[in-house]
Design a protein. Structure first.
Length: 621
């Protein structure tokens, strides 16, 4: 994800929780405003225990990736829920050149073992199987004890000259400890160290299994794809955000539980033809998703649910949720001249929510039940101009103008209590240019603006987000790719964003200045190297701008040497041993001896210090 232009990720819960995503002026938390897919399977979770749009990508094995499709903005008809700031579809390999075994390890008891079984082409069913085991303790005084198991399988069930049917299955399971987000004031005063914790019982465990059948047909004029997928998912998360604000004796530990079954379909058809002498392309599709969810929030101490304290119940909420999303889309592309392509599209999404209360409502702090439905229609309009082209010197320039509507759904529990029962709409527009000069320099520049009807704001007591006010954003982005020499290349991604609520307040933690740059060398001798830097500029921690987060600048170095069937690699991350913050939120908490009302402060998880890793990949045949 760090290789996506303009996107920065961070981790703040022992490595096991979904990463925090910063992109196009959004601190999307774990995916609220950035949609993620793997082979068409949605990663984002609706009405999730820890936050709307939670997208845990840890069930992906990086070595299995074939390519990554990046979408910026709400301009694409095939993308619906959460694809406001953008989206990513990761396509995994159907096969590989050979089978491999990777062994690696490094700082903080990091160990990783990956095996890939890819028999030669022509093997019956064309199996592709990959497995991973990963362990890490992290730099914390309370070791992460993070362990992750992954398995991916792909089989070709049918193969003809124009069609294929394939099966995908994955298995994922993980568990970890976490040191949580600690108050900045406690570190400044020396009460605890950067890698210490007030509640070492924080952590979690999660698992997800997926199955998918995909049928593809294509010929010279048309393409048809149909997919059915299903997933089983579970998360149990123990956190303590506010420390001793509500319970000065036992602490404010919470347990977030999420257990669900989800199933869906993706069907689309694309056809190219000529009408009135003009090249045309029609693109239509249908998508469905159904989630059956059991979700709960409880108070806990040392990972044990607390008993009733006075008149306060240990069960804060406990619900069964059934949520359905149906989406239809259509797009017409017209090419009236050689230098202009026009795409006109529309998307309709229908939602149905049904929330049932589990247990006796009188014993639950926040009993919720109800049902409802909502629909939203979003237009899409894209213009791609190619006015300048010189084939003699391999130079080309594309100008693009995009406009579209998008949305993110709210949690079903919020929706059924909302009198307006409305899906928050998102509008976006963009103007930019993409050029290639002398067959070695790629430059992209763009300016974009957006409007969101309802911002999601962090709630420290629950570790979740709730609807806030409307907001506006606009920003500048640039991408540079330069092939300095046949073996040496340079890349640079820059973005700056302005984000405000309609009332003029700052949007807390919205990224402002982001930069990612690196230089890569690939020598014929088999030696490869990359030195890179990522920078996260200062952000406003709260609406009035009185609290600012510090700037983070991190350098990494990657080395690899290929010799015959062997690949040796070394990674040095955070070369300068910079003290930086992997994730950060601002809310009220209370330390022992502090006033009962608590203290408003920045709470952060420290980013990893200097880390070294090394390993070997063996190509078995």
């Amino acid at each position: 994800m760090r290789l996506t232009p303009g996107l920065i990720i961070g981790q703040h819960h022992g490595g096991g929780k979904a990463d925090q995503i910063l992109f196009r002026g959004f601190d999307s938390d774990h995916g609220t405003d950035f949609a993620v897919f793997i082979d068409g399977i949605p990663v984002n979770m609706v009405s999730h225990a820890h936050g709307q749009g939670y997208a845990d990508l840890h069930w992906l094995i990086p070595e299995t990736i074939e390519r990554v499709e990046i979408y910026k903005g709400p301009y694409f008809v095939q993308l619906g829920d959460f694809a406001t700031s953008g989206a990513m579809n990761i396509i995994t390999k159907k096969n590989d050149k050979d089978s491999t075994l990777t062994l690696s390890g490094g700082s903080y008891n990091t160990q990783r073992y990956v095996g890939i079984f890819a028999p030669p082409e022509g093997t019956r069913l064309s199996p592709y199987i990959a497995g991973e085991v990963y362990l890490n303790d992290g730099p914390f005084k309370n070791p992460n004890d993070y362990i992750r198991y992954n398995l991916l399988t792909k089989f070709g069930l049918l193969q003809t000259a124009s069609s294929n049917l394939s099966f995908l299955g994955t298995f994922f399971k993980t568990g970890w400890n976490a040191s949580g987000e600690i108050p900045a004031r406690a570190v400044r005063s020396g009460l605890i160290g950067r890698f210490d914790s007030f509640d070492p019982s924080e952590g979690g465990k999660s698992e997800r299994q997926n199955m998918s059948l995909i049928y593809n047909y294509a010929d010279a004029k048309q393409a048809f794809a149909a997919q059915t997928w299903l997933s089983w998912y579970r998360l149990q998360l123990w956190s303590n955000f506010t420390l001793f604000l509500h319970d000065p004796v036992n602490g404010d530990g919470i347990e977030q539980n999420d257990k669900r079954f989800l199933v869906g379909n993706n069907i689309n058809y694309r056809r190219n033809y000529n009408l009135w002498g003009l090249p045309m392309e029609s693109f239509v599709g249908f998508q469905s998703r159904f989630d059956h969810i059991r979700v709960g929030l409880f108070t806990q101490t040392n990972r044990r649910r607390t008993t009733k304290l006075g008149n306060v119940s240990p069960t804060l909420s406990n619900n069964d949720i059934e949520q359905t999303n149906l989406g239809w889309f259509a797009q017409q592309e017209i090419k009236p001249t050689d230098w202009l392509r026009t795409q006109i599209g529309i998307r309709l999404d229908n939602f149905m929510f049904d929330v049932k209360q589990k247990g006796d409502p009188s014993t639950i702090v926040n009993p919720i039940s109800g049902h409802g439905s909502a629909s939203i229609v979003n237009p899409k309009l894209n213009f791609i101009f190619t006015p300048f082209r010189d084939n003699n010197i391999a130079t080309a320039t594309n100008l693009f103008l995009n406009f579209g509507g998008g949305f993110h759904s709210n949690d079903a529990r919020v929706f059924v209590q909302d009198k307006d029962k409305k899906i928050p709409r998102f509008w976006g527009g963009e103007l930019g240019a993409r050029s290639r000069f002398f067959d070695r320099l790629d430059v992209t520049l763009s300016y974009w603006r957006s409007y969101l009807e309802s911002e999601l704001v962090f709630v420290g007591d629950e570790g979740t987000f709730e609807p806030g006010g409307a907001s506006r954003r606009h920003g500048l982005e640039s991408e540079f790719r330069y092939d300095i020499l046949p073996w040496l290349s340079y890349d640079l991604d820059l973005s700056y964003t302005w984000a405000r609520f309609i009332n003029g307040d700052r949007v807390p933690l919205a990224p402002r200045f982001l930069a990612f740059t690196g230089i890569t060398a690939r020598h014929d001798s088999g030696l490869q190297a990359r030195l890179q830097m990522r920078l996260i500029g200062r952000r406003y921690g709260i609406e009035d701008g009185s609290i600012l987060t510090p700037t983070s600048t991190i350098f990494d170095l990657f080395l690899k040497y290929v010799w015959k069937r062997y690949e040796f690699f070394v990674q040095f991350q955070n070369l300068a041993n910079t003290k930086w913050r992997g994730a950060e939120h601002v809310f009220e908490s209370r330390l022992p001896g502090e006033p009962a009302a608590g203290v408003l402060d920045s709470h952060f998880t420290p980013g990893d210090p200097f880390t070294a890793k090394a390993g070997i990949t063996i190509h078995l045949w």
